[in-house]
Ligand binder design. Structure first.
Ligand code: PMP
Length: 370
């Protein structure tokens, strides 16, 4: 089997699984219980949160643990828009956001003037356009860091500088595909809200987080107890949180090493595919994470390519796993290439430090055959 779908999810790291098992046995008590066992669980959560704050070097954010990044994006964006809609009626995002951001903005179209920024041929958000769209009426901007379909890295530093000039505007950044994979050239302390997820970084599924500046209040979209500022009430899983913190701690220090490794693989893949006449390589060459390569085989639906590769026990995706059953032009590839054909025939290969040279070579060989 050759698994090249690490952007969809990663296998759990043994050491992280071990942390989970130990923690689930030790900290089984409900962290909301006021007895000593409960308070031990609560303390463990605080220790994990501090680990995450230290790894990301953040000082002024609260952390809200969620089930996945989809939930975190919803809690942040809807929570902010519901709370601060009186301050302005305009919100800005991009055409290339993950569905868990994009569709939240779609759902707000009745209440807000929503702007979807385009990307240029390098896969980058047009920042001149962002500047032009900014005014006193803007309450929220959500722009992702690393794209999950084509792998481009947005200029978050410059976006922060633009947004900072407007007092009422706040910035949300989906950091799911950047965290522990790309070294930030910006300061997380300058971002009002951001989202991270454990299962993309060799942690378990079922745990992610929204980090929100302490000065920001959000309206809840789920109601229950006042746990987690009332934003994600319900019993917390200390073991999942321990494993998530462990994943962040372990993989933060490996960012450079792993990125160098996958960059080499990415270039090997690029060299191997670029002369294949059937294939168009959609991912640009610059400002990319090197964990993702998006390609198209014009005239062949992405889904067909996926199933052909399955016969060789090679597993890749058409794009975001959550929407991959829907036969629509992939919206990020469409925004990048402006070609319906390329967007319908796009597939995504995604890499890991676990990927071997031989797997890349085998993939290249099979792509010649199918
Ligand atoms: N944002 C991005 C950029 C993603 O790649 C994903 C996962 N496909 C998500 C959000 C949603 O993450 P989760 O699976 O944790 O809900």
């Amino acid at each position: 089997m050759i698994y090249l779908d690490y952007t969809a999810t990663t296998p759990v790291d043994d050491e992280i699984l071990d942390t989970y098992i130990k923690s689930t046995k030790t900290f089984f008590a409900n962290s909301s219980s006021i007895h000593m066992l409960g308070q031990r669980s609560n303390h463990m959560i605080e220790v994990c949160s501090q680990t995450i704050f230290d790894c990301l070097d953040i000082k002024n954010h609260n952390i809200i643990y969620t089930t996945n990044a989809t939930e975190a994006n919803n809690i942040g964006i809807l929570g902010y828009c519901n709370k601060y809609h009186g301050q302005g009626k305009k919100i800005i995002t991009t055409k290339i956001e993950h569905a868990s951001v994009f569709n939240v903005f779609k759902s707000l179209e009745n209440d807000f003037d929503v702007c979807y920024l385009d990307i240029n041929q390098n896969g980058l958000v047009d920042l001149d356009k962002l500047e032009k769209e900014m005014d006193k009426n803007v309450v929220l901007i959500s722009i992702m860091w690393t794209n999950n379909i084509i792998g481009t890295i947005q200029n978050v530093k410059e976006i922060i500088n633009i947004v900072k000039r407007y007092k009422t505007a706040k910035l949300h950044v989906d950091c799911v595909q950047g965290i522990c994979k790309v070294k930030p050239d910006f300061d997380f302390n300058d971002i009002d809200m951001f989202t991270i997820s454990s299962h993309k970084i060799y942690g378990p599924k079922g745990i992610a987080a929204l980090l929100v500046k302490r000065s920001i209040e959000l309206n809840p979209i789920i109601y229950g107890s006042n746990a987690q500022f009332g934003l994600k009430p319900g019993t917390m899983d200390v073991a999942l949180i321990s494993a998530f913190a462990k994943a962040i701690k372990k993989y933060t220090v490996l960012i450079d090493k792993n990125r160098e490794y996958v960059k080499r693989l990415w270039l090997r893949l690029y060299e191997g595919l670029k002369n294949n006449k059937k294939i168009v390589i959609n991912t640009p060459l610059d400002n990319i994470s090197y964990y993702i390569m998006n390609i198209s085989i014009p005239g062949v639906k992405g889904e067909t390519t996926i199933h052909k590769l399955e016969n060789y026990e090679i597993y890749i995706s058409t794009g975001s796993a959550c929407s991959s059953k829907i036969e629509k032009p992939e919206k990020t590839v469409l925004a990048l290439t402006k070609s319906n054909d390329l967007a319908l025939s796009a597939v995504r290969i995604s890499l890991s430090f676990l990927t071997k040279d031989e797997e890349i070579d085998e993939f290249i060989k099979v792509m010649e055959l199918i």
